[in-house]
Design a protein around this ligand. Structure first.
Ligand SMILES: Cc1ncc(COP(=O)(O)O)c(C=O)c1O
Length: 383
């Protein structure tokens, strides 16, 4: 049987990983500045994470959400403390799309309304409502098309206010990434996030902070949205939460009430996933990784700004995007094939850096050296 061919693949089989390094089946080492798409938060195969999962595997891997699971309570307490969202409630699921799906559905249940405001170039996942709220018609199937989503320009306070003035009483939720990832690393401005909070308050709508990619410490704060100094009503999370073990969640403000059967999942919150997520939080705390993301991210950002050949640099913490000057667009290919560095991309020409929050300054310097070498190589022999 063949694989359903939906991914354009690098012809490299990764068979081993540790920290910010991965190795292919022939033993070739690579520096991982991509983190498996922002997923690797504490570093590949971190020993504490491996041990926590292994211990849990020997105790119990799975039981359904029909019994009390103390490890879920433990995780809820740990996330409350780390995020600072003290009275929020936790619902566990398995992926980013599922987290957003539940967030949007919950907002609709809570308000009794149907309309959702999303933004141009947003990405919220590939399932029904999440993909409908994603601004990419090529991945929206006819069955997912709906009139319930209103797309507005990103960072446009006037457009937001105008939309609420017209549709305010129909709006269930506004969903927004704190830093748009798939779009190419664009930060939501502080006045924009504050305006979302105000409009949602005035109209009784729910502010959903999609933190699947920009959350969990990556921006240098637990939630990138926190920069605006206002709380969202629901935060969706996934990628960095399990360091590669599949887990997602929503954090729900205290005024949104639960009811039996409102949300549910078979696998979400299973003991093995909770053990992985607890290990991630323990390492983030012990190794001070949120502060490290802020400091090392800033160091990397400044170095990129000062690198000749780079046209624009955007981002915060360890969520950085940059674009090359004309003639240097093939930089990712050269970095991979010659520099042995994995990076991410956003179409058409943005290079995305989403390394582990535990990446060292030495590894950042190695990356910068290889980047400069790749730039020199492309200048001498343009593609
Ligand atoms: C901002 C954002 N939301 C949601 C998702 C969907 O997450 P998942 O692929 O885990 O379903 C992604 C994935 O890239 C994302 O970047």
């Amino acid at each position: 049987m063949s694989l359903f061919n939906v991914y354009p693949l690098n012809p490299i089989a990764i068979t081993k990983a540790a920290g910010s390094r991965v190795w292919d089946h022939q033993g070739q080492e690579y520096l991982d500045m991509y983190g498996g798409h922002a997923v690797i938060s504490i570093g590949h195969t971190h020993p504490h994470w491996v041990q926590r999962i292994e211990d849990q595997l020997h105790a119990i891997a799975f039981y359904s959400n029909s019994v009390v699971m103390p490890i879920q309570e433990e995780l809820a307490t740990a996330i409350n403390e780390l995020s600072g969202k003290k009275d929020f409630q936790l619902f566990l699921c398995n992926s980013g799309a599922e987290a957003n799906e539940n967030a949007l559905k919950l907002a609709s249940f809570h308000t009794g309304r149907k309309k959702i405001i999303a933004f141009k170039k947003a990405f919220h996942g590939r399932t029904s409502l999440a993909v409908a709220a994603t601004d990419n018609p090529s991945i929206v199937a006819p069955v997912n098309e709906t009139d319930n989503i209103i797309f507005l320009p990103f960072n446009d306070v006037a457009a937001l206010e105008e939309c609420f003035a017209i549709h305010g009483k129909e709006i269930a939720a506004v969903i927004v990434e704190g830093i748009q990832g798939v779009a190419g690393i664009y930060e939501a401005s502080i006045p924009f996030l504050q305006a979302i909070r105000k409009q949602c308050d005035d109209a009784g709508a729910v502010y959903i902070a999609d933190s699947v990619q920009c959350g969990y410490g990556r921006s240098g704060q637990f939630f990138s949205h926190d920069i605006a100094g206002v709380n969202a009503d629901i935060y969706s999370m996934a990628k960095g939460m399990g360091n590669g073990f599949p887990i997602g969640a929503i954090l729900i403000a205290p005024h949104i009430q639960a009811k039996f059967g409102l949300l549910g999942t078979t696998f979400g919150g299973n003991p093995l996933a909770c053990a992985a997520a607890l290990a991630v939080i323990e390492v983030i705390q012990k190794e001070n990784l949120i502060q490290a993301a802020a400091e090392n991210g800033n160091y990397l950002l400044q170095a990129l700004i000062n690198t000749p050949g780079i046209k624009t640099v955007r981002g915060r913490g360890l969520m950085i995007g940059f674009e090359m000057e004309a003639g240097l667009e093939d930089i990712r290919k050269v970095l991979l094939n010659h520099g042995k560095v994995f990076t991410g991309e956003a179409k058409p020409n943005v290079i995305r850096l989403l390394p582990s929050l535990a990446i060292s300054k030495q590894d950042i310097d190695i990356f910068l050296n290889r980047l400069n070498a790749a730039i020199q190589q492309l200048k001498q022999t343009p593609a």
